[in-house]
Design a protein around this ligand. Structure first.
Ligand SMILES: *Cc1c(COP(=O)(O)O)cnc(C)c1O
Length: 421
């Protein structure tokens, strides 16, 4: 069952101040989930989650996660700047970028972030730019297919990320010569996995690699970063990941591979984004139009600019009509936004209760890669973000864009003065 955060009455109350569409986040859910993650990995002394900022780049969200002990995983200058302003300091920031501009590396070094190199050539690039830090991470790409029990999960061989194993061995030797003292390894081999086996399988690959790298290069490997990829089920009534089973699976691999090799002090890091936030955000939108042609259409005040995943990936997002939670789903609709793009549909042929104009729809699981993937196509403006606090109050954590925001990049000319101020 997917439950809306808001009742119809509460949503109507909020809309008086903050009109739809908006994304709303559940503080209580975010905190409890983060605490469970830390419990699941409490067997590992140095464990730390670095929240993937790209999933939900909002300082209020970052602050909540910070209070729960999380750091941040950044991949760009602006994500680093936001993290800096939220007081994430040395040891709290992972910088896992690729095709990295110079100024991004410089900022990461300035903030004392853990720098995670994506490529062999970045060793020399970083060295020339600002020197190699004493603690350095490298990203691994094993190539080929990544399978769990002969089921292919993803194809690292086609992914642009990471070093080959030969490059890692050579790279660690060079990094040591250049003054690196502590090493971390990282890999991201499959996205949005709904399987308790993903992290344990990835951990085995990285743990065995760590043992080999230590033997071949003498590098002091202190950190293993399992990155993101633990997903959620967007479809209702499908089992979700069990973070405690996942933590135990990694624990078992740790005890079997690292401990006997004298590496029992390695700290496990994660860079989860979706798992930390997706279920704790919902997009609230009002039905503004209905259309009856060859199919039945529900037109909303939100569009793919507010949530791109259905248009981009054909992703399923569950929809609840507020106040009609218990009504029979006996109407078949396409639920659409107003972009001049036929893929602007939140749902196709979805069975829902009868929807009337003015009904409020809750689109579930938009807390990660929802608002953040938003865009301004067709001149659509980005929505507000709200926080449902633990005490039930609602706080604005990002205002909605106005036309002036949309026109702001014409501030060098007077043509749009009428609207850009
Ligand atoms: C996107 C990303 C993550 C987060 O991935 P999720 O699937 O949201 O958990 C973590 N690390 C890196 C390097 C990423 O690119």
């Amino acid at each position: 069952m997917k439950k809306p955060m808001l009742t119809k009455e509460k949503a109507q109350e909020i809309i008086k101040t903050y009109p739809t569409p908006f994304h709303i986040y559940d503080e209580k859910g975010i905190r409890e989930n983060a605490r469970d993650l830390y419990k699941a990995f409490s067997w590992n002394k140095g464990f730390k989650e670095f929240f993937a900022v790209k999933a939900t780049p909002n300082p209020y969200i970052l602050k909540i996660l910070q209070e729960e002990g999380c750091g941040v995983d950044c991949s760009s200058l602006t994500e680093l700047m936001m993290s800096e302003c939220c007081d994430f300091g040395k040891g709290d920031i992972m910088f896992s970028s690729n095709v990295t501009p110079r100024e991004d590396f410089l900022k990461a070094k300035e903030l004392g972030a853990y720098i995670n190199l994506d490529d062999f050539t970045h060793i020399e690039y970083l060295d020339k730019l600002c020197g190699i830090p004493e603690t350095i991470f490298c990203r691994y790409n094993p190539g080929g297919d990544f399978a769990i029990e002969s089921q292919i999960m993803d194809t690292p061989g086609d992914a642009k990320y990471g070093f080959t194993k030969e490059q890692l061995i050579e790279g660690f030797r060079i990094l040591k010569e250049k003054g690196a003292k502590r090493f971390g390894i990282h890999a991201f081999l499959a996205s949005n996995t709904v399987s308790n086996e993903y992290y344990p399988a990835l951990a085995r690959i990285l743990f065995e690699l760590a043992v080999e790298l230590k033997e071949k290069t003498g590098a002091d490997i202190k950190f293993i970063n399992l990155s993101g990829g633990v997903g959620i089920s967007y479809v209702p009534d499908k089992p979700q990941n069990d973070i405690f089973a996942i933590g135990e699976g990694v624990h078992k691999a740790f005890d079997e591979i690292l401990v006997p090799n004298g590496m029992g002090d390695v700290a496990i890091f994660t860079e989860l984004g979706r798992y930390m936030l997706a279920p704790y955000g919902q997009l609230i939108t009002t039905c503004t139009h209905q259309k009856h042609i060859y199919k039945e259409y529900i037109g909303c005040d939100a569009c793919a600019c507010n949530l791109m995943r259905p248009a981009m990936y054909g992703a399923y997002h569950h929809i609840t009509v507020l106040g009609k939670e218990n009504s029979p789903c006996d109407h078949k609709y396409d639920v659409t936004g107003g972009l001049c793009e036929n893929n602007d549909k939140f749902a196709i042929d979805r069975m829902l209760p009868e929807i009337e104009i003015g009904d409020i729809l809750c689109i579930h699981d938009t807390g990660a890669h929802g608002f953040s993937m938003g865009y301004n196509y067709n001149g659509k403006l980005r929505s507000a973000e709200l926080l449902l606090k633990e005490d039930g109050d609602v706080q604005l954590i990002r205002r909605a864009e106005t036309p002036a925001d949309y026109f702001a990049t014409f501030d060098f000319t007077h043509i749009l003065d009428k609207y850009s101020k």
